[in-house]
Each structure stands twice: as structure tokens, then as C-alpha cells.
Design a protein around this ligand. Structure first.
Ligand SMILES: [Zn+2]
Length: 468
């Protein structure tokens, strides 16, 4: 261990906390202990935070008062997590329409408001307030999940995301915060623009790091996946393997994950975060099949269309209640994602689980037969083709037509394309033609994100039931 590595948790962190009045490392230590408590105890803790939040929202936020009254529910009626199903869900559209006058609490000082904004990847950007009082929870959760992924103290952080002009959120990117991280944590932070990043540039950046410095990657899986493909295709070798790779912001496909593991010789961790509530859940350190939700931070429910809880293994909508935002409460907030509800994890940690985030709500194929196919469902079906392709995207161009775009490896063939189209047609059911098209690159959206499934402009179909 370096001198700084020894000193920091004993001297620097407590000093920082004393001087700043912020307690991220105290929160980190709490989470380290709490993760091993029973699911029942952790649920009781979340409820203990939830009930005063509901009472606060009812009294001080007109939007929620009307919502509760309209549904004939009083905050006191919510005694268990499943009672939350009685509170109608709110989405981005409702919150945006009521912002700020009817959705911001009338009893809290303005200095607690921190303006934030979602990306425009699902339509219009959405401006909202987070609560500065929730900062310790947010930073503590970030540090905790980093540790879970295997990041060591002082490792350099390589951020691989969309360039700033494509993303309204630039976490930790101010020169001042970079300097602070360098001085206090001994941590170099390197931001690399995903769309422009090539393997040679990555290797050059890694060679510039001090000889013994470890590093980790915090990146969008489409960009890291492309880099992995380039490394594998060209045979360019990395000076050293990263200590951890954390994927966030986009759906991590099995194809990307496999290529990343092969190219970087490092496990890839799936981090589930949203602009509205950051650092929500992450892959279990001992069980790659499950993500654990930080239940100290938010109540995350996977629900059916009627609002009732999905059973373990069942797909549903992700609905979130932020336990740390009193300024602008998010209660039963439909975040616009699909996920699969999880069962208790055998690792012994009590935090609730998700099996996998499955992509954005609009990121689906709808078949004439009434099936809805999510990115994970599609990936599962075409997994036999993964050794032959780098990337893919399915575009539903009409109610009866899907084009599967493929970025092929040199081993891909016309025979394979025909077989893939045939298999996919069978899977999707009657009335849908599938055409496989090879391309050099999958284009990204205006937000810089890649969609696994998209529908071509102007075409819409009615919602139907969801199948994996
Ligand atoms: Zn676990």
C-alpha cells in the first residue's frame, strides 16, 4: 500500500468530512456494514424513511396531494412496500408539466435545490431539482459500488462516454474537482470521447500513467464494446489489464460483455443509474446474474402494467421512489426502463435484486402477434451469432418489417446472415419479415447513445403485453 493509501482513510477523509460537512466516507462505511443485514431489516429501514417522505410530499407538494386524494389514498395507508402500488405512477411528462410550481416542496430553503437535467435520448430533456441534503447518499453509493467492482485506492479513472456537447451531465469533470481528486485521492481522472476513441489512443493514454498505477474504466458499453472489438481484430495489446470495468448509461448486451471480457481480460460490472436518481444498483460482486439495489437510497420496484409487483424472473417497468430527495420528491416514478425482477441473492447480502435492466421502454420490437421483444430478449435469441459479429441493432421499419444491422467480423458469411434472418423470423412469429444488413458502424442517436432496438421515424404501434 502507498503512503497515501494508508494515510487517506485515517487522516485525509475524516479531515475532509470535518471541514466540508459532507460525509461520503461515513456513508461508505455504513453501506459496507448494512449490505450484510437481512432483507427484512433493510426493507424495514427503507420503510422507516419512506413514510415520513410520503407525509412530507402530501403536506408540502401540491402535485402529490392531488395525486393521493384522486386515488383515495392517505400517506398513512402505505404500511408495506407493496402498498406503494396504491399510489398512481408518475412519469417524466407529469413531473415536467408540474415543474416547478406544483412539484417542488414549499417548505424547504432554495439553497437545497440543485438543478439537474436528463439527456434527451427518450425525447425532450427534463429539468428537475435534486436535494443537496442527499449528496452524502449519492457519493457514498458511488464509492461503495466502485469498491464492489474492485477499484483500488489511487487507481486512475478512465471515463469513456459521449463528448460533453452530447450529454448535459458531466459528472466530476470540472477542473477543480479533477484537481481535488488528484491531490486528495491521488486519483487521475481521464475523460475520453467515446465516438472518437481508437485503441491506439487508449494505449497511448495508458502508457502515460505512472509505472505502478492501476486503472479502471467507467464507460458506456457501446463505446467500450467497440474498443474491445478493435483490440481483438487488430491484435493491439494493452500494457496492462484494467482493475475494473464498469458499464453504465446504456443497455449492456451479452455481445458487448463477451467482447469486453475477452479484449480487456477483466470482469465487466453493470452499474444501473439514472439522471433522476444516480447510482441505484450494481452487479453483485459474487453473482454476475444479479444486480443489488442500494435500498438506503431508493425503493426500486419492478411492476406489471397494472402496477402490481412482478414476480422474480418476470419483466416489468422500473418504478422508483427516491428516499433522499425531499426538495422535489420522486414517488412511484416510472423511469422509462424495463427490468426483470430478481430473487434473493445467494451471496448473503440483504439488498434487493434485479436480474437485469433490459433497456428503455421504447427500445422494443412489437410483433403483429402482440409480443414485445426487449434488447435482452433479442440478445438471448441471437447469441449463437455473437462469435461472428461485433455489434448489432434491430430496426423495426414497419409493422411487418425488421432490419437487423450487423457489424460483421471477418468470419461472418452470407449463409450465416440467411440463417440468422430465418431464425429471427421464427422467433418473432408470423407477419414479420426480417432482413439482415451488414454495416461498418451502428449510428448513435443525437444523445450519443446507441439503441439496441429502434423504430424508424414516424412509425408507431399500440402497446401490448411484454414477453422476454
Ligand atoms: Zn449478491
Amino acid at each position: 500500500m502507498t503512503a497515501r493509501g494508508w494515510l487517506a482513510p485515517r487522516i485525509l477523509f475524516p479531515l475532509y468530512e470535518r471541514l466540508s460537512g459532507r460525509w461520503p466516507w461515513t456513508e461508505l462505511r455504513r453501506l459496507r456494514t448494512l449490505q450484510w443485514r437481512s432483507p427484512e431489516e433493510l426493507e424495514a429501514r427503507a420503510l422507516w424513511k419512506l413514510r415520513p417522505l410520503l407525509a412530507h410530499a402530501y403536506t408540502h407538494v401540491p402535485y402529490y396531494r392531488d395525486l393521493f386524494d384522486g386515488a383515495g389514498v392517505r400517506p398513512d395507508d402505505i404500511r408495506t412496500m407493496s402498498d406503494l402500488a396504491r399510489v398512481p405512477r408518475s412519469g417524466k411528462a407529469e413531473l415536467r408539466a408540474n415543474f416547478p410550481a406544483r412539484i417542488v416542496a414549499d417548505n424547504l430553503p432554495k439553497r437545497r435545490r440543485e438543478t439537474a437535467m436528463t439527456s434527451g435520448s427518450t425525447g425532450l430533456p427534463f429539468a428537475f431539482y435534486t436535494d443537496r441534503a442527499g449528496l452524502d447518499s449519492r457519493l457514498g453509493s458511488y464509492l461503495f459500488f466502485r469498491e464492489w467492482a474492485g477499484v483500488a485506492f489511487g487507481d486512475a479513472a478512465l471515463y469513456i462516454a459521449a463528448p460533453p456537447q452530447l450529454s448535459p451531465v458531466r459528472a466530476h469533470s470540472s477542473p477543480l474537482s479533477r484537481l481535488a481528486r488528484r491531490l486528495v485521492l491521488g486519483e487521475r481522472v481521464i475523460h475520453l470521447s467515446g465516438p472518437d476513441l481508437r485503441a491506439a489512443r487508449l494505449v497511448a493514454e495508458l502508457r502515460r500513467l505512472p509505472a505502478k498505477s492501476g486503472y479502471w474504466i467507467w464507460g458506456w458499453p457501446s463505446y467500450v464494446g467497440r474498443l474491445a472489438a478493435e483490440l481483438l481484430e487488430t491484435g493491439v495489446a494493452l500494457p496492462t489489464a484494467p482493475r475494473a470495468i464498469i458499464a453504465y448509461a446504456e443497455t449492456l448486451t451479452a455481445a458487448d460483455a463477451a467482447a469486453i471480457v475477452r479484449a480487456f481480460q477483466c470482469r465487466v460490472t453493470n452499474h444501473y443509474s439514472s439522471y433522476e436518481v444516480l447510482h441505484l444498483a450494481q452487479t453483485c460482486p459474487d453473482n454476475p446474474e444479479a444486480l443489488h439495489v442500494n435500498s438506503e437510497r431508493a425503493v426500486l420496484r419492478v411492476v406489471r402494467e397494472d402496477g402490481s409487483p412482478a414476480a422474480p424472473g418476470e419483466s416489468g417497468r422500473v418504478v422508483i421512489t427516491d428516499l433522499t430527495n425531499r426538495v422535489m420528491p420522486f414517488i412511484n416514478y416510472d423511469i422509462g426502463d424495463w427490468a426483470v425482477a430478481g430473487a434473493p441473492c445467494p451471496c448473503g447480502r440483504g439488498f434487493p435484486t434485479l436480474t437485469s435492466p433490459e433497456g428503455r421502454v421504447g427500445e422494443v420490437i412489437r410483433t403483429p402477434g402482440g409480443k414485445t421483444i426487449t434488447p435482452v430478449g433479442l440478445g438471448w435469441h441471437i447469441r449463437q451469432a455473437f462469435p461472428y459479429i461485433w455489434e448489432y441493432q434491430a430496426v423495426q421499419t414497419a409493422e411487418d418489417a425488421v432490419v437487423l444491422r450487423i457489424v460483421p467480423t471477418t468470419r461472418f458469411s452470407a449463409d450465416l446472415a440467411r440463417k440468422l434472418a430465418q431464425d429471427l423470423e421464427e422467433f418473432l412469429g408470423p407477419g414479420l419479415r426480417v432482413q439482415v444488413e451488414t454495416v461498418d458502424r451502428i449510428a448513435v442517436e443525437a444523445s450519443g447513445k446507441r439503441l439496441i432496438i429502434k423504430r424508424s421515424h414516424g412509425w408507431r404501434s399500440s402497446p401490448s403485453s411484454l414477453t422476454r
